[in-house]
Ligand binder design. Structure first.
Ligand code: MSP
Length: 649
């Protein structure tokens, strides 16, 4: 039976903000998955999307569609990115999949039954207009990070996971299993920054929004982020479903790969959840570095093309994959610039590899009428180094891949190509041809073709299209494209047809291309700016009918009393008169109005708004205000005096 190999990427937020940096995790995992498949392992490569949460709920709402409609669209876009980059995942899990939702619900219940989930109060900073809780560190200058408005310290009831209970076990895990979390620097970071100072229990439910998996024991709450997201690694295999055969076969994961910013969730929270479920832990968690641009984490920002689809359209999937795998020292950050990408393509792919393949195939086509020379009987001293590098290559590359070090694995393969190019300079086949030394010429070209075959076989996990061009030029059959076939030099058969390989990689005129990229970026930015202006000038929300508007009961009211709400500096408690009926409304306007300014004033109130409790006071409606971009706020009031209780229409 084949050995299994289970590898995962994090599940992606369906944010639409995918750029070259976000593709990094998936491309590395793809190279590893392909490498392990070629080594004969039974590979299961999982990726997917993390689709729940308030952010998605809000984005969808402002786009006027349901969250599911929104994520469906985003998932199609993301899958297209993976297709363009030739990502060979075995399963794409979505946290909105029915199987996942059912299993997460069971997982939550199991943790609860074990006594590891309990109900308590969650204290956070609440933004009334956004209906969002924030932790103190999430606030921007003490204000809501989403809308920039004032926030209030408020309490919400939530469910908590007893993370603190697992602290000692987690410390033991990280201290005594150095293989579990790599690179080593991340172990120290987790131990010193999080585990040793003490762990707090984790809030795992929310009741302030709805877009999530309901808490099985309390339908007022949805399961909040990490239990939902992390569980994908086992629900994708059918854990707690009718068919858990894949779970039994592939779990524990051999590698969970992710960027460094989410290592904490994978090396602390996830193992604790698994411990609570009495499940084996993943064998390795690897936190890679970031692709950075202008000194920060890469984003879709000015100055560089970061769109993987556009880059692939220009230079091909292999060039983009190669850059990502080669340029970033593994475990560390690596920089991106358009120039760095183009320079890599020209230096490594065009010069070292592409030219080697074209030149060698062209010489066989020309000097031997397109027929591969036979394997030479003798090995001369000048052949030895090339042959030794080629024969020893598989083991070196495999060792680097076991250490998850793709840049060095590629570096080893390039040593062979560089040596082969030098071999051409040393042996000078054109001189051998001129001198009529056909036997030596045949031997040299055979050795070169075989070196190209061995290098190209090893390139297949990284470059998914180009090695085939070399195989085609030298008529390499499938059985000579395997790792087994490259352990010994001399596999290529003489007599097969050889044709000149064209356009393996085309040379780029870097300055011209950079100018063209700048033009493209400029056009994109112009189009974006025009679109923004257009949408600003038109109504942003969907149109409503007069019947929709009629659902609002807007009334003129007179403020008969106003006072500050105790321990809430932003809020005023207003007592309104509506033609003899009084009601209380709590309003966040004390920054702009003193209570005394308001008594006697006319206001407009949404009289049929569902009542809410704010600071223990039942607020029966909302008064209308206008606010400009500079933060000036004014209560909306009738220009002429009308009776209180008058309908606003
Ligand atoms: N949804 C969470 C993961 C939940 S896993 C249970 C998430 N998603 S993400 O879309 O923000 O990130 C997906 C992957 O892209 C992560 O591995 C992240 O580190 C990676 N990258 C995003 N930007 C990156 C760079 N600029 N460079 C390298 N990788 C980066 O986090």
């Amino acid at each position: 039976m084949k050995d299994k190999f289970y590898i995962t990427t994090p599940i992606y937020y369906p944010s639409g903000n995918w750029h070259l940096g976000t593709c990094y995790t998936t491309v590395i995992c793809d190279a590893l998955a392909r490498f392990k498949r070629m080594q004969g392992k039974d590979v299961f490569y999982l990726t997917g999307t993390d689709e729940h949460g308030q952010k998605i709920e809000k984005v969808a709402e402002s786009a006027g569609i349901t969250p599911k409609e929104y994520v469906d669209k985003q998932v199609d876009i993301l899958k297209n990115v993976w297709k363009t980059l030739n990502i060979s995942y075995d399963k794409f899990i979505r946290t909105t999949d029915k199987e996942h939702e059912e299993a997460v619900s069971k997982i939550f219940k199991k943790l609860y039954d074990k006594g590891d989930i309990y109900k308590s109060e969650y204290e956070g900073w609440y933004c009334v207009p956004c209906e969002s809780f924030w932790t103190k560190t999430q606030l921007k200058d003490g204000k809501c990070p989403d809308c920039g408005r004032d926030v209030e310290l408020t309490k919400e009831t939530s469910y908590f996971f007893r993370l603190s209970k697992y602290r000692d076990k987690l410390i033991d895990l990280l201290e005594n299993n150095p293989e579990f979390l790599q690179p080593k620097s991340r172990q120290n970071e987790m131990l010193n920054n999080f585990l040793r100072p003490g762990l707090q229990d984790l809030c795992v439910s929310r009741s302030s929004f709805k877009w999530g998996i309901p808490v099985p024991i309390d339908k007022e709450h949805v399961i909040y982020v990490w239990i939902d997201a992390l569980s994908n690694y086992i629900t994708a295999l059918g854990y707690l479903s009718d068919d858990d055969s894949k779970f039994r076969k592939y779990w524990p994961a051999d590698i969970h790969m992710m960027g460094k910013e989410i290592v904490r969730f994978h090396s602390i929270i996830w193992p604790a959840i698994l411990m609570s479920l009495d499940l084996p832990l993943p064998k390795k968690v690897y936190g890679h570095g970031w692709l950075i641009m202008d000194g920060g984490k890469m984003s879709k920002s000015k100055g560089n093309i970061a769109d993987p689809i556009e880059l692939t359209r220009r230079y091909g999937a292999d060039a983009i994959r190669y850059f990502l795998l080669r340029e970033i020292p593994f475990g560390q950050d690596g920089s991106y610039s358009n120039r760095a990408l183009l320079t890599r393509i020209n230096a490594d792919l065009v010069n070292d590899y592409g030219n080697l393949v074209s030149r060698t195939s062209a010489m066989i086509a020309q000097y031997f009428d397109g027929v591969m020379p036979t394997k030479p009987a003798d090995v001369l001293d000048e052949d030895k180094e090339l042959i030794n590098i080629a024969e020893g290559l598989y083991n070196k590359v495999a060792d680097y891949m076991d250490a998850l070090d793709a840049p060095n694995a590629l570096n080893e393969i390039w040593k062979l190509f560089i040596r082969a190019n030098k071999y051409i300079d040393e042996t000078m086949p054109w001189v051998l041809n001129k001198n009529g030394d056909k036997e030596r010429l045949g031997a040299v070209l055979y050795n070169l073709a075989e070196a190209i075959r061995i290098g190209s076989v090893l390139l297949q996990p990284y470059l998914t299209e180009t090695p085939e061009k070399a195989f085609k030029a030298f008529s390499i059959p499938d059985e000579l494209k395997t790792f087994d076939s490259i352990l010994k030099f001399g596999g290529i058969k003489g007599g097969v047809t050889v044709t000149k390989a064209e356009h393996v990689f085309d040379r780029i005129d870097i300055d011209k291309e950079l100018a063209d990229m700048d033009k493209y970026i400029e056009e994109q930015e112009k189009a974006k700016a025009e679109k923004e202006v257009k949408t600003e000038n038109v109504v942003k929300l969907d149109e409503i009918t007069i019947e929709d508007f009629a659902k609002l009961d807007l009334r003129v009211a007179e403020v008969v009393a106003a006072e500050k709400v105790e321990k809430a500096d932003k809020l005023l408690k207003l007592t309104l008169d509506l033609n003899g009926a009084t009601r209380t409304v709590v309003s966040g306007i004390s920054k702009w109005y003193a209570p005394d300014d308001l008594v006697g004033a006319s206001v407009v109130v949404v009289a049929n708004l569902k009542p809410v409790k704010l600071r223990g006071i039942e607020s029966m409606g909302m008064i209308l205000c206008a606010e400009d971009d500079d933060g000036n706020l004014s209560i909306v009031a009738p220009v002429k005096k009308v009776k209180s209780g008058s309908k606003v229409r």
